[in-house]
Design a protein around this ligand. Structure first.
Ligand code: 5AD
Length: 351
């Protein structure tokens, strides 16, 4: 058996048993080639179709605040970036975004922001319960960072359905190179397990091509994801931001991101997997390629136009044109061009 055949067997093993050991992961990651990618993506599409058909779920993304108490070295809204033009949205503004989104057909609202303590537990709960009261047919996703288990329990009680919190890297040493000492991988993982136990649909994930990332790290990311078995996984390329310590670091590559989308779909068959904005930013047809690699979610931007240009985690982030929630017709065309259809349902995780 030649090398490619052996690698294909590993892909099939992942598809059947949904688990590989670390050495197998390392081999699969190191050996990425166009042929292997194509093989993995064909099988990923199979798996995706078996669980979700040709449907692509859309989420209206509301970027509620770019204030952040953290100082992650890769992120454009880190607190040390004095050039960031800061904003936060009021409850009424957030509700207005949901009203506009609901009118357009959105049935999932994602409230994402930096770790901004202006949003006390009480305020978050008030916003969530107001959205749920006005739009009982819609899902609410929170993506506002690390909080206590008690806070998460209150958010759940208020009606939040889902929570996104990328683990960023499952390797302790790598985590240290991306974050200041106040942030720990242990707490990140604690949050994810708490969220899962509390009954949220949970999303984890990481950046492909993050500074100092090794093949070993990526293997650990996949092993961690299998262990956690989240309902959603966000994977996008790292893209440098000019006002961060990582400004001169190279961006992650689209090909490797697509490969990881396929491997993630094979490992977690019913995962909700977005083709991320970051992927769309480094590749013109990133969204379409993402779907072909096994993704099934897109998250257009529903933030008020005035602030869209301020939520800049990395340089050149798309925030206009087909990126906007208002431009559903174009998104629909793009998805249909590769054989998929937009589904305007809540798009919950399927067993
Ligand atoms: N490039 C790509 N993704 C980034 N994120 C933060 N900064 C960057 C960057 N420079 C990602 C992180 C975070 C998510 C909201 O955005 O993974 O969890």
């Amino acid at each position: 058996m030649n090398n490619l055949e052996k690698l294909k067997e590993l892909v099939l093993k992942l598809k059947d048993e949904k688990r590989l050991d670390k050495d197998e992961w390392i081999l699969l990651i190191e050996s990425q080639s166009p042929e292997l990618m194509e093989f993995a993506s064909e099988h990923a599409r199979d798996v995706r179709e078996a669980h979700y058909g040709k449907d692509v779920y859309v989420r209206g993304l509301i970027e509620i605040s770019n204030y952040c108490k953290n100082d992650c070295y890769y992120c454009g809204i880190r607190k040390s970036n004095l050039n960031a033009h800061r904003y936060r949205l009021s409850k009424e503004t957030i509700l207005d975004c949901c009203r506009e989104g609901h009118e357009l057909g959105y049935r999932t609202f994602v409230m994402q922001g930096g770790e901004d303590m202006h949003y006390s537990d009480d305020l978050v709960c008030d916003i969530v319960s107001s959205i749920k009261a006005e739009f009982p047919d819609s899902a609410v996703t929170l993506s506002i960072g690390e909080r206590s288990r008690e806070s998460y329990a209150k958010f759940k009680e208020a009606g939040a359905d889902r929570y996104l919190l990328r683990h960023e890297t499952a390797c302790e040493a790598h985590y240290r190179r991306l974050h200041p000492d106040e942030l720990t991988l242990a707490n990140r993982k604690r949050c994810l397990y708490d969220l899962k136990e509390l009954g949220f649909q949970v999303g984890a994930g990481f950046m492909v091509g993050a500074p100092y990332q090794t093949v070993d790290n990526l293997a650990e990311d996949m092993i961690f994801l299998k262990e956690l078995s989240p309902h959603m996984v966000g994977i996008g390329p790292f893209i440098p931001h000019h006002d961060t310590p990582f400004k001169d670091m190279p961006a992650g590559r689209a090909e490797q991101t697509l490969y990881f989308l396929s491997l993630t779909r094979l490992m977690l068959p019913s995962v909700l997997l977005p083709a991320t904005t970051a992927l769309g930013t480094i590749s013109d047809n990133g969204r379409e390629l993402g779907m072909l690699a096994g993704a099934n979610v897109v998250m257009p931007n529903l933030s008020p136009a005035e602030v869209r240009g301020d939520y800049l985690l990395y340089d050149n982030k798309l925030c206009t044109g087909d990126e906007t929630a208002q431009n559903l017709a174009n998104l629909k065309k793009r998805m249909e061009s590769v054989g998929f259809n937009l589904s305007m349902t809540r798009g919950d995780w399927k067993e």
